[in-house]
Write a protein that binds this ligand. Structure first.
Ligand code: NAP
Length: 229
């Protein structure tokens, strides 16, 4: 039986002295990241849940787009979702950093343990209201300034970044060539219909990746890909 520690040993964060962005998705064999309900829910089953928890346990900050938090009903990272033995002296749970321009942030996220990342062009009144409830990081004017966000993370010691999507945030990070690593659980389904893929960009964008490993967990594959710079 593979333990969380065994799995964690396959996912070291390199010591680069800068924030390292790992992304984690579950995808059908043919690239769908949503099930029939429009969430990732049933795609990867127990195997995906196992790796999801291990990857959360290894990071300092979970970075996620507001669209995913609204679709998937996110709250601050629950203690029960974390393996304490993998925290190695880090905070008890990772911070949750939610990326949004509209600042349409669910009530469930207006809690300690949440940081909202936005730009100065977000609605002023909502930003002021939100800042009474959670920490708000304003980086950039019309668009989010990603180097500034990562500098701010680094200054706080948040160098192990785990991006849990969704496709639009992932697309932005791909555009900026900020994805260092992609962990993809391949779920045993073919899914047609109007579903999203892992990455949404407005123009064709390609980055080379190299395979780090593939682990079979029953009928599911856990794959890890590193940016081939
Ligand atoms: N299978 C999987 O592993 C997986 C993982 C994640 C998500 N998903 C699925 O993906 C779907 C959501 O897709 P999505 O593309 O809407 O997700 P998303 O990227 O999480 O959300 C898009 C929203 O996030 C904010 N955002 C993202 N990038 C931004 C940027 N660079 N600057 C400012 N704001 C930014 C914006 O929020 P505002 O609108 O608030 O401005 C934007 O409307 C859901 O169905 C979810 O279940 C699947």
């Amino acid at each position: 039986m593979t333990t969380p520690r065994d799995l964690a040993d396959l996912y070291p964060y390199p010591q680069t002295g800068r924030p390292w962005i790992r992304t984690n998705f579950v995808s059908s064999v043919d690239g769908a990241v949503q099930d029939r309900r429009g969430v990732s829910g049933d795609l990867g089953g127990e195997a995906d849940l196992r790796i999801f928890r291990v990857l959360r346990s290894l990071c300092d900050v979970v970075l996620v787009g507001a669209g995913t938090t609204r679709a998937e009903g996110y709250g601050p990272i629950p203690r029960e979702s974390i393996h304490p033995e993998l925290r190695d002296g880090r905070a008890e749970v990772p911070l949750l950093a939610v990326v949004s321009r509209s600042l349409d942030i669910p009530e469930s996220l207006r809690r300690p343990g949440v940081l909202v990342v936005t730009c100065a062009d977000s609605p002023d009144s909502e930003r002021e209201r939100l800042a009474q409830q959670v920490e708000v990081l304003v980086a950039g004017g019309a668009q989010i300034d990603w180097p500034a966000v990562l500098d701010s993370f680094a200054a706080r010691g948040l160098t192990r970044v785990l991006c849990e999507g969704g496709p639009r945030l992932h697309g932005t990070l791909l555009d900026h060539d900020l994805i260092d690593e992609a962990c993809v659980t391949v779920s045993p389904h073919l899914i047609g219909g109007p579903t999203k893929r892992m990455t949404e960009t407005s123009t064709f964008t390609e980055r080379a990746m190299r395979l780090s490993h593939v682990v079979e967990d029953g009928n599911v594959l856990l794959t890890r890909w590193l940016r081939d710079r």
